[in-house]
Each structure stands twice: as C-alpha cells, then as structure tokens.
Design a protein around this ligand. Structure first.
Ligand code: ATP
Ligand code: MG
Length: 564
C-alpha cells in the first residue's frame, strides 16, 4: 500500500489500513473540500467495552491523523434503555484512552429536523402510516428469494398520513398502534429497502428531551441524517451495517440539497475469546449481580479494564496490532494480555509480594541484625533507579518455594539444596517444622555470608532464585486473583444459555493474608507493580488506609497456554 506524503515519518513506516487508504484517496481527489470529519456514536445504554475501543481508535485516530475532527454523538433514539449515568462514563472512558472530541451532539438534538424530514417524505408520497401489528408487518416482509407484499395502508392519502403522524406524537395512541414507514420497494433485493420502519411510538420519557416527543425515529432513520446534519465525511461503523448502507444512501439522497454526501464504511468488529461484548448481556451480568458492577475487574468494559490495571497504551497497542479488515474473526484473549504485560514490563517497579506466605528462618543469621540490600527497581528502565530492602533473620517466602520431598528438577528450597534469595544471599535449606496435622509451618535455612549479592562471584552454581520479604518489614494485604470470566471460548454464541452456567467459578479468588514490602504502604489506587516471579498487580479502589487491596492485572506468563 502507498505511503503518505503528509503524515509523520513514524507512522509512515506502517502500511495504511483500508480506511486510511480511502481517506487518503478522497483527500487526494479533493473530495469534501479536503475536510475529514468522523464521529463516534455510542448508544448511552451501557458502559463502553473493549470492542468500542476499536471503534474509538479508528474514529478519533482518523480525525487526528488527517487534521480533521471527530465529534462525540450520543445515539439516543431509544429512551427506554438510555441513562445519563452512561453518558458520563462514556466521556470518561474516551478521555482515559487519550482522545478528545470536537463537539458533543445527541441524536435527540435533531429530533425536530428528523421530524421535519419525515414530514417531507410523507408530503412527497415517500412515507406512510401503517396500522398493522409488528407481526403482520414482519409476515409481509418476504424472504431473500421472495418479494414482500404491500401493506394495505401503503397508498393512504398524504393528508391522512400527515394527520396520523401528528397523532402518533400526541401521546393519545398506545405504543405499537401504528408506525411510520418509508415507501421504497417491497420487492427490493435488499430487505432493508422493503418499506423500513422509520418512526415508532414510545411513552417512556427521554433522558434529554423529557416528554416532548412520543414518536421516536428508528436508528436507521436517525443515523445517516445526523451524519448529514453535522457534516460527517467518513461514517465508520462495524460490518453488520454493510447491508444497511443502501438505505443510508437512500435517505441521504432524499435529504441532500447539494453534492455533499456522508459515506459509510464498515470494518470488522472485535470479538475476543472468553469474552462477551454485548452491552445487553453485560447489563444482565450487573443486574443479576454475577459481577460486582460495570467496573468489576473481570468485565471487558473499559471501566473494568482500567480498574484491573490495564493502561490506555496497552489497549491502543492491542487495537493497533489486530488492525482493521473487512472480514469477521475471533481474537485470542492472550493477545490482549500480551499487550498489557509488554507495557507494564517497561513501566513498573519490581517488588516482592508473597501471596501464600510461610516463614523462612535463617538460623545462623544474628537475631537483631538488619541489612540493607540494594535492588534495581526496573531492569528495563535505568531511570527508575535502585532502592534498599531490609534483610533479617525472619523472612516470608511463598509456600510452594519449599518442598520437603522434591523431585530432581526442583531447584528451590528442599532439605540439602542451595537456593539464592534474590538480591541477598545463597541459603542452604536445613529442614522445616510441622504442626500436629503435618502442615509445614516454618522452613529453616543457613546463609553463607560470602555469597551476598553484588560480591565477587564465589563460583558457586545455584539454579534457583526465590523472592522473600523480611517479616518485620512487610505489610499485610488482600490480593484478588482474576481469571477469565467465562469457561466457554465463545460465550456470545451461547445466547440461549443462562449466564450463570457460563461463568468461570474460579474467575475471582480472594487471598487475605498476603505480604508485600513495606515500601508499598503509601501506594495509591491505580498504582501498578510487578510482584516479581508472579505477575502485575495494581492497587484497587477498595483499599483503605489500614489495608491495601491489590488486583492481579495479569500473571507474568500465560498460564492457560500450558494447560492446552
Ligand atoms: P453492543 O451490541 O455491545 O451494545 P453496539 O454496537 O450496540 O454494541 P453502540 O453504542 O451502538 O454499541 O456502538 C458505538 C460504536 O461502537 C458503533 O460504531 C459500533 O459499531 C462500535 N462497536 C460496538 N461494538 C464493537 C465491537 N465489538 N468492535 C468494534 N466496534 C464496535
Ligand atoms: Mg447499537
């Protein structure tokens, strides 16, 4: 694909996606007076999810790259499902991802213009009021191989249509008693052109317009016209709208009084394994309390991912990697996890966290001695510096870093074996103490003072290195371990299944007795760390001054890859 002359060199290295290629071609041909205008059009009926991030990145990304503008438009044509809470959350999410909109619009801003356009269609004999039930209308629709049949109301006189349309909006008629339909072609090959519904009656008050309207435009009737009113040049949406495009163009043709036309382009939506992406289903998870809320760290919502410790950069890199195409597919969740690991690897300090602690006593170490060991904060980034950690006689280590009867290849603590305590000494395990039930309660080892980390190599070969925390320099924390929310690879395809049956019962494990280094005591919600050898963790908003709560963002390695 061609490279662009006017974009910066960094971006030049990458080939264009097909939408960028279209925009560049349009610019070259001088279309739209050289203007690029996009919009991101969420329906405020739920929180944004990772799929929306894909739409956000292309809508805002195109505007940014070509000196255009991307407006935020709330597609609020259905008052029943919409809420102001969602509007605020959507704005937060977009800013969090690092994008800025030009203006904020609402489809409801155009209710009067849309109404006037509908009246124009009626007056031109291109729309009529149908009093049949939804079922009757559906029956007349025909099939892909068979034409539809005309409604008995199709040739209603214009004056009657105008009067009934007014009545639809009066509040006197029950919902579903009549609809306004465009009069196009009941034999059209494209089913969407078979006299589509354009207005219906809804009595629920609207979050923006209150009780002003009782007749509301359908999505298909509103969307393209809003694009037109705003001056959108490239209206980018997902592939399922491909079949709606002829209708989009038909409406615009009836409306346009100049050469200007917004154009719709479709890309493949994001589907992720083990992830459900429909707002309706996500709402169900929230309402049935199967998760703690829209921002439960297991949710694929941007609010959930943020709380889980995902960074905007990791999400944008992920979206960049998967790209934009014209065919649907399924993306492996492991790729998203790879993106966050990559970002946190570069940015986070390495600290010690012990999830399942057991005491290790260094029997030949002085009782009241404390040594300061020096450790590098992030081997990937020298600018993050070094810090001191306290080493004492009593340490916490992970329970599974000790094994009494270990197999041959076990290089950690087992009686007789030598192991390095990271950034400290080589120790030789000498045994353990057990309670009356046979559970190990303490592990013993002896250290060799000549093996202090940083000292000239003693020539000793030790295969295992484990992490540790001085008991008297540790703080107690809660750690929440998350795993994928669903057990099935494609939960979106299990529409008829009860959500409860699809949920992974191990998707949340709460550990209450974890230890972290005391240097974390002032960590703030959102701060991320690498607990060395374990994974990336961030401080949850549930933390209190007395007790930190950590979320596991992602383990260091993909544990599922091994299980396969
Ligand atoms: P849902 O079915 O999850 O509610 P939606 O398409 O109804 O999604 P909208 O609020 O209408 O949600 O979507 C706003 C924009 O985000 C639309 O342009 C839509 O095509 C896009 N979008 C929604 N889901 C995805 C996805 N999984 N991948 C890419 N884009 C998406
Ligand atoms: Mg929608």
């Amino acid at each position: 694909m061609n490279k662009v002359e006017n974009s910066n060199t960094e971006e030049n290295k990458k080939s264009l996606n097909f939408i960028e290629a279209i925009v560049e071609k349009d610019l070259k041909e001088g279309k739209n007076d050289g203007r690029v205008q996009t919009r991101f059009p969420p329906e405020p009926n739920g929180y944004l999810h990772i799929g929306h991030a894909k739409a956000i990145c292309i809508d805002f990304g195109i505007a940014e790259r070509y000196n255009g503008v991307c407006n935020l438009r709330f597609d609020d044509t259905n008052p029943i499902k919409e809420d102001a809470e969602y509007v605020e959350a959507i704005k937060d999410n977009i800013h969090w991802l690092g994008f800025e909109w030009g203006e904020i619009f609402h489809a409801s801003d155009y209710f009067q213009q849309l109404w006037d356009f509908a009246v124009k269609l009626i007056k031109e004999g291109k729309a009529y009021i149908d009093e049949q039930s939804a079922e009757e209308i559906a029956k007349q629709k025909g099939t892909t191989t068979k034409s539809g049949t005309n409604s008995p109301y199709r040739d209603r006189p214009i004056e009657e249509n105008l009067a009934l349309f007014e009545k639809m909006n009066s509040g006197d008629l029950p919902e579903g008693s009549m609809v306004l339909r465009a009069k196009i072609d009941m034999a059209a090959a494209n089913m969407h052109l078979r006299d589509p519904l354009i207005y219906r009656i809804i009595h629920t008050p609207h979050h923006m317009t209150g009780t002003t309207w009782k007749a509301y435009p359908m999505y298909d009737f509103a969307h393209g016209q809003c694009d037109y009113f705003e001056g959108v040049t490239h209206s980018i949406c997902t592939l399922e709208f491909d079949v709606h495009r002829p209708l989009y163009d038909w409406f615009i043709d009836q409306l346009a009084d100049s050469d200007y036309r917004p154009h719709q382009y479709e890309f493949n939506r994001l589907n992720l394994t083990y992830t459900m992406m429909s707002k309706r289903r996500l709402l169900e998870l929230v309402e049935k309390k199967l998760v703690s809320g829209w921002d439960d760290p297991r949710m694929p919502t941007l609010a959930g991912l943020k709380r889980r410790g995902y960074t905007p950069a990791s999400i944008r890199n992920f979206i960049d990697r998967i790209g934009y195409t014209k065919y649907d597919g399924m993306i492996d969740l492991a790729l998203l996890e790879h993106s966050i690991r990559e970002d946190l690897n570069a940015k986070t300090a390495r600290v010690s966290g012990v999830l399942d602690p057991i005491k290790l006593i260094i029997t030949n170490y002085p009782e009241d001695k404390t040594e300061k060991m020096v450790t590098v904060n992030n081997p990937e980034d020298d600018t993050m510096g070094i810090r001191e950690i306290s080493f004492t006689k009593e340490l916490y280590i992970e329970r599974d870093d000790f094994m009494e009867d270990a197999p041959k290849k076990y290089f950690r603590l087992t009686p007789g074996n030598e192991t390095r305590l990271k950034s400290a000494y080589i120790v030789k395990c000498t045994g353990c103490k057990k309670d009356e039930k046979g559970n190990v309660v303490e592990v013993y080892a002896e250290y060799d003072p000549l093996t202090k980390s940083g000292m000239p190599d003693s020539g000793r070969k030790v295969k295992g290195t484990i992490h540790w925390i001085s008991v008297h320099h540790s703080i107690n924390t809660e750690v929440r371990l998350y795993d994928r929310l669903f057990t099935v690879e494609d939960p979106a395809n299990a529409k008829d299944k009860d959500l409860k049956e699809l949920i992974n019962p191990d998707s949340l494990k709460v550990l209450n007795n974890c230890k972290v280094e005391e240097c974390l005591k002032d960590a703030q919600p959102g701060d991320s760390f690498q607990f060395q050898r374990i994974g990336y963790f961030n401080v949850d908003i549930d933390s209190t001054p007395d007790k930190l709560v950590f979320n596991r963002t992602v383990p260091l390695r993909d544990s599922w890859a091994k299980k396969k």
